[in-house]
Design a protein around this ligand. Structure first.
Ligand SMILES: [Zn+2]
Ligand SMILES: [Zn+2]
Length: 313
C-alpha cells in the first residue's frame, strides 16, 4: 500500500489535474480520446497521472509485475476510469503461472509485458499462451534479438522464424506483438542487423503478413521500435495503418516526466537516442495523426483497445 507521503503526492497530483479526471471518452487535444496500451507504472503515484495529462492521454494500461498489484489498485481508486492493468510474471518459474492466474482474478485484463529470456516457442512460454486463452485475456510480448548494450541478452527469440507456428498452435490466444524484432520485421529485408533499421521499407515483411493472415495477432506501436517503423517510409506507413486499421494499438512505453519530453523517455536504451528529449507518446501520436484518416486514427488510439480490453468506447 502507499505510505502517507506517496498518498499525499497522489492526491495532490490528481487535484491539480482537476477536470482532466472527468474527461472520460471525450475528445482530447488529439481530436479523439487516446488510450496508451503500454504504460509502465511510475514509482510516484501522481507521476502516472501527470504523464497522461501532459501528453493528452485519456486512459492508460499499466504494465507491472504481480507484486505491484496493490499500487495499481490504489492508483485506480484515486484516478477512476484512467487506468487498466496487465500483469507479468516469469512463466518458467513455478509461481509465475499461479501469479498470472491470480492477477486476472484481481482485475488484470491481460498478461504483459512478457519480457523474458525465453525462446518464443519455449514450452514455458507456451504454458502462458495457453493460460491466456483459458482466461480469455490477451498476452503482450516483447520481441528483441539485438542488444541495446553489451550482454543485454535476447527476449522472446525466434519471432521471424517460429512465431507463425505459435499463432497456428494457439488459435484461441490473442497475441499483441511489441518491440524491436516485431517492428523491424515489417520490412522483408531485415536479418537482425540492427535493433532499429532505417530507410525505406521493403514490402512483404513477415510482421505485415502475420497481421494480415492471423486474426489472433495485434500490434502494439509503442516505444522507439514502433515510432521508428512508422517514421521510415511515409507511403508505406499510410497504407500499413489502413491495411491493419483493426489490428494496431497505440502505446507509448514512454518514461518522460511530464508528457512533454522532460527527463528520460527511453531509459536504459542508448540505441534510442532519436527520441531523447521527446515524449514518445506525443511523437507517435503525431505520426499517426498525419498518416491516418480521422476514422482510422480513432480506431488505433482508442477503439481497438476498447474492444480488446473491454472498456466503454
Ligand atoms: Zn518492451
Ligand atoms: Zn512521455
Amino acid at each position: 500500500m502507499l505510505n502517507r507521503r506517496e498518498f499525499l503526492g497522489l492526491v495532490g497530483a490528481v487535484t491539480a489535474t482537476g477536470p482532466a479526471l472527468l474527461r472520460g471518452a471525450q475528445s482530447s487535444e488529439w481530436g479523439s480520446p487516446v488510450f496508451d496500451l503500454h504504460c509502465h507504472l511510475r514509482a510516484q503515484p501522481g507521476a502516472n497521472v501527470a504523464h497522461l495529462d501532459g501528453a493528452g492521454i485519456t486512459k492508460a494500461n499499466l504494465l507491472t509485475r504481480a507484486a505491484a498489484s496493490d499500487q495499481v489498485a490504489a492508483l485506480q481508486a484515486a484516478a477512476p476510469d484512467r487506468f487498466t492493468w496487465f500483469c507479468s510474471a516469469d512463466p518458467s518459474r513455478p509461481e509465475g503461472i499461479e501469479a498470472l492466474t491470480q492477477s486476472v482474478k484481481s482485475g488484470a485484463r491481460g498478461f504483459g509485458e512478457m519480457k523474458y529470456h525465453l525462446a518464443t516457442d519455449a514450452p514455458e512460454f507456451q504454458r502462458a499462451y495457453a493460460l491466456a486463452a483459458e482466461l480469455r485475456v490477451p498476452i503482450l510480448i516483447h520481441f528483441q534479438e539485438v542488444d541495446h548494450f553489451p550482454n543485454e541478452g535476447t527476449w522472446s527469440t525466434g519471432f521471424a522464424t517460429n512465431f507463425e507456428r505459435i499463432l497456428k498452435a494457439h488459435p484461441n490466444t490473442t497475441f499483441i506483438g511489441h518491440a524491436d524484432a516485431f517492428w523491424a520485421n515489417v520490412s522483408a529485408d531485415y536479418r537482425n542487423e540492427a535493433a532499429y533499421p532505417s530507410g525505406p521499407i521493403v514490402r512483404g515483411g513477415i510482421t505485415d503478413k502475420l497481421l494480415g493472415d492471423y486474426p489472433n495477432l495485434y500490434g502494439d506501436l509503442s516505444a522507439n521500435s514502433g515510432n521508428n517503423m512508422l517514421s521510415r517510409d511515409p507511403d508505406f506507413t499510410a497504407a500499413f495503418l489502413s491495411r491493419h486499421a483493426n489490428k494496431l494499438l497505440f502505446g507509448s512505453d514512454c518514461g518522460c516526466a511530464d508528457g512533454r519530453g522532460s527527463g528520460v523517455s527511453q531509459g536504459n536504451n542508448p540505441a534510442a537516442t532519436r527520441l531523447a528529449g521527446k515524449c514518445v507518446a506525443r511523437e507517435t501520436l503525431t505520426v499517426l495523426k498525419r498518416s491516418a484518416s480521422p476514422e482510422i486514427f480513432r480506431k488505433i488510439v482508442w477503439g481497438n483497445a476498447s474492444a480488446l480490453l473491454k472498456f466503454p468506447a
